[in-house]
Write a protein that binds this ligand. Structure first.
Ligand code: PLP
Length: 377
């Protein structure tokens, strides 16, 4: 009997040359952290992003957000404005620093941080003598947020922005790479991302001085001395030379990965937009999404669950959209400025399988199931 293989939401997809870079690390005994692959991977990312950015590769996207906030000077008692519709890793580093997140809901065009609610929140917090120290905005599922509007507000009130581009490597906004649009950008190379090092991340800064500070903090903050001397609390956050080797191979195929994910989106949109119960989110003018994950919004929780559970019966993984942070138990005491947009998305939205390694057969299998999911489609 033929057994059907499991289809994952988003699985790693090696290009072929990763092994070569990893072997180089073994053959030259650069197994310890740091080494030529680390520098090479940083240079590869830098030339991909353009516009004079500096890149420090780190152990994760979460670590990168943590260091960005620390470099901004976020500390105990501060408030940080954070997109509510996101993965918890956007907000957790705020807590690591003893600061408090204040969550901002999404707008409907991109599903990302609402500039209107952001400004309402800033005014409110300033009025209460709690001027926020930073903003964490997220290009969720690869779709660029309204960076012109968010940056203008941030500039008006002189608040630094951390651009969580964990899901958006390969996306652009008015021809600039996501990750480079604000004071600090971060990337993730976690296993489910558009390219992966199995685990890893990067911090993007505007100056070499800031990059050097990040590297210093990420390598246990050792002062310049022959013995171990420390004047700061440090972290063990640097990416290893072995994992950076995987990253080098993955950078060679990044454009192909973006093309494949965008083709998935086009396939789903072409075949499913006939259903008046399924909506897609289009790219606003000037935005180019890597379409990391193809998301749909259905007309109800019941329709969403019907599709999800029917796919699951056939061993196909799909998943509800991110549960907003302001509804998470861990953040229940945090302030939020919300209008129901992200709660509605969570209730009705679904992430469809979106890996760059999906075959035509996989896509047709998924489509057939959705087409046959009765009744209210
Ligand atoms: C939006 C977002 N921010 C941050 C992260 C954290 O990245 P990492 O898993 O590399 O720590 C992720 C992914 O995991 C993410 O999806």
């Amino acid at each position: 009997m033929l057994t059907k293989t499991k289809i994952y939401l988003s699985s790693p997809h090696m290009g072929g040359n990763e092994q070569k870079y990893v072997n180089d690390a073994f053959e030259t005994n650069w197994i310890a952290p740091l080494g030529p692959n680390v520098n090479g991977f940083e240079d590869d990312i830098k030339s991909y992003l353009g516009f004079n950015n500096e890149v420090a590769v780190l152990s994760s996207g979460t670590a990168s957000i943590h260091l960005a906030l620390e470099l901004i000077g976020v500390s105990k008692g501060d408030e940080v404005l954070c997109q509510s519709f996101t993965f918890s890793a956007s907000a957790n580093p705020i807590m690591y620093l003893g600061a408090t997140p204040v969550f901002i809901d999404s707008e409907k065009d991109t599903w990302n941080m609402s500039p209107e609610l952001l400004e309402i929140a800033i005014k409110d917090r300033i009025e209460k003598n709690k001027k926020p120290k930073a903003i964490v905005a997220v290009h969720l599922y690869g779709m660029p947020y309204k960076a012109n509007e968010i940056n203008a507000i941030a500039k008006k009130y002189d608040i630094a922005v951390v651009e969580d581009s964990a899901e958006a490597l390969g996306s652009t906004y008015h021809d600039k790479a996501c990750g480079t649009l604000s004071d600090f950008g971060i990337l993730s190379f976690n296993g489910n991302k558009i390219i992966t090092t199995s685990g890893g991340g990067a911090l993007i800064t505007k100056t070499k001085v800031l990059k050097d500070k990040a590297v210093f903090l990420s390598t246990q903050a050792r002062d310049d001395a022959p013995h171990y001397q420390h004047s700061h609390v440090g972290y063990n956050y640097r990416m290893s030379n072995v994992l950076a080797g995987i990253g080098r191979g993955q950078m060679e195929v990044l454009d192909d990965r973006v093309a494949a994910r965008r083709a998935n989106y086009e396939f789903y949109k072409k075949h499913l937009s006939g259903f008046n119960t399924i909506e897609f989110v289009d790219e606003p003018a000037g935005s180019y999404s890597n379409r990391w994950i193809t998301c749909i919004k259905t007309d109800s929780f019941e329709t969403r669950e019907k599709i999800r559970l029917t796919l699951l019966e056939d061993d196909i993984e799909s998943r509800p959209l991110w549960k907003p942070m302001h509804t998470q138990p861990v953040f229940k005491d945090c302030l939020h400025f919300s209008d129901g947009t992200s709660e509605d998305l969570f209730e009705k939205g679904l992430c469809l399988p979106s890996g760059s390694n999906l075959t035509n057969d996989d896509l047709n299998r998924i489509l057939e199931i959705i087409n046959n999911t009765p009744p209210n489609l």
